[in-house]
Design a protein around this ligand. Sequence first.
Ligand code: SGN
Ligand code: CA
Length: 691
Amino acid sequence: MKLFKINYLKNLSLLLLLVFSLTGCESESTRPNIIFIMTDDHANSAISAYGSKITSTPNIDRLANEGMRFENSFCTNAICGPSRAVLLTGKYSHLNGQINNGVVFDSTQQTFPKLLQQAGYQTAMIGKWHLRSQPTGFDYWNVLPGQGSYYNPDFIEMGQRKRLEGYVTDLTTDIALNWLQQRDQEKPFCLLLHHKAPHRNWMPGPKHTRMFEGEEIPLPDTYFDTYEKRLAAQTQEMRIDRHAYPGSDLKLPLSLNSNPDSLREDQLFWKSEYARMTGEQQQAWDAVYRPRNEAFVQANLTGRALAEAKYQRYVKDYLRCIASVDDNIGRVLDYLDEAGLSENTIVVYTSDQGFYLGEHGWFDKRFMYEPSLKMPLIVRYPGNIQAASSSNQMALNLDFAPTFLDYAGVDIPTDIQGRSLKHLLSGNAPADWRQSIYYHYYEFPATHMVKRHYGVRTDRYKLIRFYYDIDSWEFFDLEKDPEEIHNLYDDPAYSEVINELKTELTKLRKEYQDSDTDKYMPQAPVLVSHLAQKKPVALEHPPAAKYNGGGANALTDGNRAPDRIYYGSDYRLWQGFEADDLIATIDLGKNTAIRSISAGFLQHVRDWIFLPVSIEFSASEDGQSFQPIGNIENQIPQRKKGAFRESFTLENLSTTARYIRVHARNLKTCPDWHPGAGGKTWIFADEIVVK
Ligand code: SGN
Ligand code: CA
């Protein structure tokens, strides 16, 4: 009786389903599932479906063989957090607010997962998130904190942090498959599956450490580029031979790092990643890398040969990380087959942006040049997208949100700036599809020192303007110069084309509501006039060469670093002292009546910059004996987040002195709770104002 009832119900629902589909009503079973697989920093040149000359990716190729490959898919801002924010919102960085990695994503804004969730989709976000605020719009989330780790990574599952044992790409896939298995089968789903790999520091999983042993990976033609006529390329810090850390990036003995600027970071980074491994994992690792490193040291290479050997180490580890990504994509595709989900699931493969695999001598991304501007984009949806097809139309990561909403039958909000790719995917390119794309990158000054720039690209040409502390234009004819080494901005033969591109650029900037004078420009220093202005400062410990505030007397130049500091962008105004106290003596020139003294400091704990523990002020008439005039203990919590300025001021003084001394005590050692626990802390100081 019971059995019969179930069968009866089942038949009834089948019948209803049939009636619904015959009458054209959308039923749950016709709304597609979505699996969006995104890796971090995967260049097209490392995917065999894109003709890679250096590796093969059979499972990604399987997707391409069963779906559509985009030859011209681009990001709008080639860096992690910003790219992810564009994916979620379908809006450019200047509108979604995530202009760089330092901003905390405003998670209250409209995103496509929220809209899908409201429309009855089950949503999940698994893996790398990197937007600094908690994920919203997901029924389930389990994400890596920050950049995540390769071995035994921590995951934050719905707010609960725990360490899992294993390799990050395998673990991320395990979590995704578990979620798929236990999901509510009655609802369509949208799963964002975001791998950390192949992000820096490229630590291969145990299964792949021995790949490419004894093989030679071909060196890109532009590896020894000299950056002629490309000013921003001349000042970047992303060269494999100079800026990749020997220890943590190349897994060479730390003793090979002879650069005092990076040694500390290199050591700490490698120490902490290595320490995450179990004894067994360390043994397996050492068994592979020790003999390699002995041979490397023995070879005693210099010059070009050393630069080439570094490329080999870099690119092989990178490709080994991708081998694990590819295996794990195979696991997901197999699961979909077994569960009967392949037919009704849209599977997307992409990366947050491209990457340099030695082109121009580089790793990393950021530039609007092809290797980082391009992102892989492969989409499979059997019956809707022709197998083994490709498109040359220009797609943007701006288009993901509207595409998924479109497939799910959800109205696309008018403030979304991208366009649905659905028609392109079904093989019918709309006649009015875009003929140019707009790009804008902001994270400068910051790691890798790629200058701010924006630009336009058409199918053949590219025009870029670098700005902020330079104003420099670049123009490339991609047909004649696909490697972008000839900046032809000054070539009269192209002046007409360049003018047209400028007009196009202006048009796009207007359309997308972008501008130069927006709130994301760094703040100018605040000008103050005071008694100590332009007076000489003697420092007991010199500031770091990299953070010298622009000159010896930065502390009294009358330019006060601003109160609101964007990530990295205003460091140039500060004087930074690593592990040292700031002890500054100002000579006012003659005995002077003083009413107040104030000293400004920066806190940005994420970058190991802490406010001083205390600031002691003293004064002297002869420059020999100093009398204390006040001591201020810092009350601001070390855990206060973000980058901000704090001024410490003594008021209502009645002191007469020629010399003033400010002694700010450095915390010196990063506290236990800090990721850099035990490492050296910084003091950043600017402007000692005397009135
Ligand atoms: C870290 C990396 C950089 C990388 C940025 C941004 N250094 O700072 O190489 O460019 O992240 O990457 S690391 O030694 O800490 O790995 S992104 O993927 O987050 O945009
Ligand atoms: Ca100053």
